[in-house]
Design a protein around this ligand. Structure first.
Ligand SMILES: Cc1ncc(COP(=O)(O)O)c(C=O)c1O
Length: 388
């Protein structure tokens, strides 16, 4: 690598620093191929992967039916001057899968779709303030007080809500009062939400006239076809989806109530390649497989095996591992000392397993019980090497 890419790579979470705590010997830097639950680095070394493109792949890499649909779409020209027929078809398919969704709008990245949802909320309410809980991407509107390069006036419009803290959540929403355009939240942050917190989010946003936006970028198609809303039984006004919906092809969507989505004609949300049809075709195929093969249920089974293994290891190495965290479908360890996570990721990579040092590891349809059991064995060996 000659340093032509600023900051090593364009996806910050794929930097050696983010994955392994730095560029150390024996870990992969860059890769050339992915298939199923395996990837190959530039030296041709094979790894079993649990990072799964940061949760963007739920069927396994290069799933044949998705690849075939995408290749056909490439052959059909990729883009054109008019909306593709596939756009309406995919929106219909999503409406059928998530019955409370009335309309859909497509974009390319999760951050972009979140920004669109917030823009719609601001347009509809005529208000500016946003309260958020979780990670919502790199764009200006959701950055905290220390973000450099973001105007102070923009940062002042955004504040954090505490996850699963109904009292403080109620208080902050009430304090924001009639300035509040939207509350955006991730349904899972290392733990499932609880019904009381979800009820406060719904009641208080309704009471204040703010729009409730569920950031289901990691959870749609993984926790359930309809994400956390289906699994935990809440009903936001808008939902934002990405990642698993197109199995790694660049596609995101904002969707929800028709009266709010109608605000697209009162503001400007448009992107040249939002309607390229390779990703639309990939998403059509992905969603079909998700339904036909009951993918979220299978991810639940496999994830339960992985999280169970992590739980046993946490009990075996209590001096370094604080606990196994998350849900079966998206899980990780928490360590007493964060550098242990990096050390573990290095040790497992040297043994041919890519394991995320913090939130999250993801199973896919391409993993199976034997692969998971072997990976848990590698984690065991790696932890043993660390405590030695
Ligand atoms: C919950 C959540 N929201 C937003 C984003 C941003 O999505 P993207 O990286 O596609 O812009 C992510 C990405 O990890 C995410 O997990």
């Amino acid at each position: 690598m000659n340093g032509a890419v600023a900051g090593i790579t364009s996806t910050g979470s794929k930097r050696p620093e983010a994955l392994f705590g730095g560029a150390v010997a024996g870990v992969p830097r860059a890769m050339v191929r992915s298939s199923g639950c395996r990837v190959w680095d530039a030296d041709g070394r094979e790894y079993v992967d649990f990072i799964m493109a940061l949760g963007a792949v739920a069927l396994g890499y290069a799933h044949p039916a998705v690849t075939e649909a995408a290749v056909r779409a490439v052959g059909a020209g990729v883009v054109g001057p008019l909306p593709p027929v596939l756009e309406e078809e995919l929106a219909e398919q999503l409406r059928a899968l998530i019955p409370w969704v009335e309309q859909v709008r497509f974009l390319k990245t999760g951050a972009e779709a979140m920004a669109a949802a917030v823009r719609l909320a601001r347009t509809v309410t005529g208000r500016d303030a946003v309260l958020g809980c979780g990670y919502h991407g790199w764009l200006d509107w959701s950055q905290g007080p220390d973000a450099s390069g973001v105007p102070a006036s923009t940062r002042a419009l955004y504040a954090e809500l505490p996850f699963k803290d109904p009292e403080r959540t109620r208080e902050r929403i009430r304090q924001a009062g009639s300035t509040l355009a939207a509350v955006v939240f991730e349904p899972v942050i290392l733990a499932p939400p609880d019904p009381e917190w979800l009820a406060v989010l719904r009641e208080e946003t309704t009471r204040s006239g703010a729009i409730l936006i569920a950031d289901e970028i990691k959870t749609i198609g993984r926790l359930a076809l309809g994400g956390g809303a289906e699994r935990f039984g809440y009903r936001p006004d808008l939902v934002v989806m990405a990642k698993a919906i197109a199995n790694g092809f660049p596609l995101a969507a904002v969707a929800g109530r028709r009266d709010i989505m109608a605000a697209v004609s009162r503001t400007w949300i448009s992107s040249t390649l939002a309607t390229e049809w390779v990703s639309l075709a990939a998403a059509r195929a992905t969603l079909r497989i998700m339904v036909e093969q009951g993918v979220p249920a299978r991810l639940g089974e496999l994830g339960t095996r992985l999280l169970g293994g992590l739980g046993e290891l946490a009990a075996r190495y209590p001096g370094v591992v604080r606990r196994a965290a998350g849900l079966p479908e998206m899980c990780c360890f928490e360590f007493h000392q964060p550098p242990t996570g990096a050390a573990l990721a290095v040790e497992t990579a040297r043994r041919g397993v890519l394991f995320k040092r913090s939130a999250y590891n993801f199973v896919s349809l391409a993993h199976d019980e034997a692969v998971i059991d072997r990976a848990v064995g590698v984690l065991d060996e790696s932890l043993r090497a660390i405590v030695r």
